[in-house]
Design a binder for this molecule. Structure first.
Ligand code: 9D3
Length: 248
């Protein structure tokens, strides 16, 4: 999977992509993250990439010509999929991540300032994506989220423990609580079932706590999850316990 990140802050993007799982994936040749400094495509002495908005108003707008040239200089041409990171796109979710992972190459355009000139969007951008309804200073963090989330779905990037984790969102529930040593921390014990060695009981407990968390924190996810008959029985237990004030 090849990612091209078009940005005014290539160092920021490179640093993240060289660390941890992404860094290892890049070294293994499973992903290739290339950054393009949009400022390298400015044409004046001051390397200007922004200008005041036509019609007036606060803030600056990212100019069309440098960004257009940067996109046209991507290799090979035309780039497979050009995505503008923008507060005006639909928020990224795991369904979208799975869809993006099917492209061989993604070009991620990071806006700065109040936005990019509308003509770039019209001519080059296939889709826009946001991270959600909050204000960032630019698209870099959003582009890195795409690189990170999509890379985790590239075969070979995750192994063993990690890949189960990648699957965990797939059934649409939140994860159960996790514990590791010590068995007693500040007077709080690890739930006994986890020390029992009874793998069926552990699996049932985890599934139930997963359902409990989703019920309490993200009922919207529960409504969309595909639940087995066993899940529905566990969920009834959870509802009863929560209504009677038991449990966490
Ligand atoms: C004054 C109106 N603002 C829109 C909410 C202007 C504005 C603020 C911040 C325009 C662009 C930006 C920079 N943000 C991004 O480029 C961005 C973003 C975000 O701010 N929130 C969530 N997802 C994203 S993806 C790119």
């Amino acid at each position: 999977m090849i990612f091209d990140i078009l940005t005014l802050f290539p160092e920021v993007c490179e640093a993240y992509c060289q660390a941890s799982i992404l860094g290892r994936a890049a070294k293994a040749g499973l992903i290739n993250v290339r950054t393009v400094n949009i400022r390298d495509y400015a044409q004046d002495r001051h390397r200007t990439v922004d200008d005041v908005p036509y019609g007036g108003g606060d803030g600056m707008v990212m100019m069309a010509p440098p960004l257009a040239r940067a996109i046209e200089d991507l290799q090979p041409q035309p780039p497979a999929r050009v995505i503008l990171m923008s507060p005006q796109g639909p928020p990224l979710d795991q369904d979208k991540v799975r869809e993006l992972a099917r492209w061989p190459r993604l070009a991620l355009v990071c806006g700065r300032y109040e936005g990019v000139d509308e003509r770039v969007r019209e001519r080059y951008v296939h889709e826009e994506l946001s991270l959600g309804d909050f204000v960032l200073s630019g698209g870099e963090l959003a582009a890195l989220c795409v690189v990170d989330a999509v890379s985790r779905l590239v075969p070979g990037v995750l192994h063993g423990a990690d890949s189960a984790e990648a699957d965990s969102f797939m059934d649409g529930l939140l994860e159960h609580p996790h514990y590791t040593r010590p068995p007693l921390f500040e007077g709080v014990a690890v739930p006994e079932v986890l020390l029992s060695g009874n793998h069926a009981a552990i699996a049932r407990w985890r599934r139930k706590e997963s359902l409990r968390r989703t019920f309490l924190r993200r009922p919207d996810l529960l409504a969309r999850a595909s639940l087995s008959r066993e899940d529905l029985l566990l969920l009834e237990e959870v509802r009863g316990e929560e209504a009677s004030g038991e449990g966490a």
